[in-house]
Design a binder for this molecule. Sequence first.
Ligand code: 4NP
Length: 165
Amino acid sequence: MIRVLFVCLGNICRSPLGEGIFRHLVTRAGLDAEFEIDSAGTGSWHVGAPPHHGSQRVARDRGVDLTGQRARQVQAVDLQRFDYILAMDSENFADLNSLARNSKTTAQIHRMLDFAPRLGMRDVPDPYLGGPEGFDQVFDLVEEACQGLLAAIAQERGLKGLPTG
Ligand code: 4NP
């Protein structure tokens, strides 16, 4: 089992899209049985809440299912359970690394956009206080990075039938 966790601040805008888009790609590749996919936030404000309506709207428009997702806060134990942890921005990345320094960690913590080098961007912008177009941009960035991530994992783990470039 390959365990992948997407992390942002609130777990209502960006990381739910990471979870939903990555699951969509994994399902399409016929690899559901190989993966456990989840998301969490570094903050606790929205624990128990469904994804933001902006994320739900863009996901619906683009054929990705976020049904059943509820926000939760990342825990130190997540850093032992998950193999790949994807931070949406530099603040999330720094917070995860602080948590890792104080706990037994087996996860690899990455910046999400390191898997989309073509974009030349470091952070997935926080769309929380902006308009609907912010959520479309997040979808585009996260979709490209999810494709890169799945290709990278496929190469590392020797999964068959996937592009590894
Ligand atoms: P997310 O967006 O980290 O992509 O889920 C945010 C959600 C909530 C807040 C900030 C960002 N907030 O300040 O409550």
